[in-house]
Design a protein around this ligand. Sequence first.
Ligand SMILES: Cc1cc2nc3c(=O)[nH]c(=O)nc-3n(C[C@H](O)[C@H](O)[C@H](O)COP(=O)(O)OP(=O)(O)OC[C@H]3O[C@@H](n4cnc5c(N)ncnc54)[C@H](O)[C@@H]3O)c2cc1C
Ligand code: FES
Length: 242
Amino acid sequence: MKQTPFTLLENTPLTAEVHQLRLRGDCAAVTAPGQFVQVLVPGQFLRRPFSVCDRSGDTLTLCVRRVGRGTETLCSLPAGATLDLLTGLGNGFTLDHAGGAPLLIGGGSGVGALYGLCRALLAAGKSVTAALCFRSAEQIYYVNQLKALGAAVRVYTEDGGAGTRGRATDALALPHSSLYACGPVAMLAALDGLESGPAQLSLEARMGCGFGACMGCTIETAAGARRVCRDGPVFPGKAVVW
Ligand SMILES: Cc1cc2nc3c(=O)[nH]c(=O)nc-3n(C[C@H](O)[C@H](O)[C@H](O)COP(=O)(O)OP(=O)(O)OC[C@H]3O[C@@H](n4cnc5c(N)ncnc54)[C@H](O)[C@@H]3O)c2cc1C
Ligand code: FES
């Protein structure tokens, strides 16, 4: 874990709710896709956790969905602003057990977090399918970015406004050797209930410290109580008691 200042390079709206933030700073502690950072948002006491979508050299990319005061502030910051980040938090995804054809399922604000993972899996020679799941067409983002990496991208919307009408669980019908997923807890629970092969699920929880000290993010797993920030946020399939 490292506390370090970052400069906001770009704050780009991807949809009406989701912004992509590119930040420059010391990224040395960011070592695996699926790790997260804790951002000290101006005017907020508690830091806010966000998955690292991608790290390239000294640049981090975050996708932030506006849901409250902290994210509203972040999405309105101008380029050039300085933010205080705790980086290198959590255990990210591993490429172990990916097999030749991993399936990545992202839901809502969890879609962005799969970008760096997708890049790493493709670099390892895997044939990646990314299923991006949204409520409606207006919420879709990152389709072209993941296609540009070389993934086969499938879009699902609940209302059928774009792509295939359906939910994340419908994407499990796509052929795959392993499953990686990030999105709302209900989506992860449903996927975990249906999937029998190797799986890694990235969880979100309300967090305090973000580095294991406050126990505020504790969840129940088959192996006992675990902290999402320290023991996760990525957990293997069938580990979490939903
Ligand atoms: C490990 C991790 C990774 C995350 N990655 C991302 C990401 O890549 N992009 C992204 O947009 N969001 C991500 N989140 C969720 C993000 O941290 C929250 O949306 C944010 O902290 C809300 O701050 P706020 O001040 O805007 O909202 P608040 O005013 O604090 O709350 C507004 C609403 O958001 C809900 N909320 C707040 N915090 C969370 C949370 N941690 N999880 C779920 N719902 C929450 C509240 O229940 C409330 O309904 C992640 C959370 C975790 C734990
Ligand atoms: S947020 Fe404090 S222990 Fe996880």
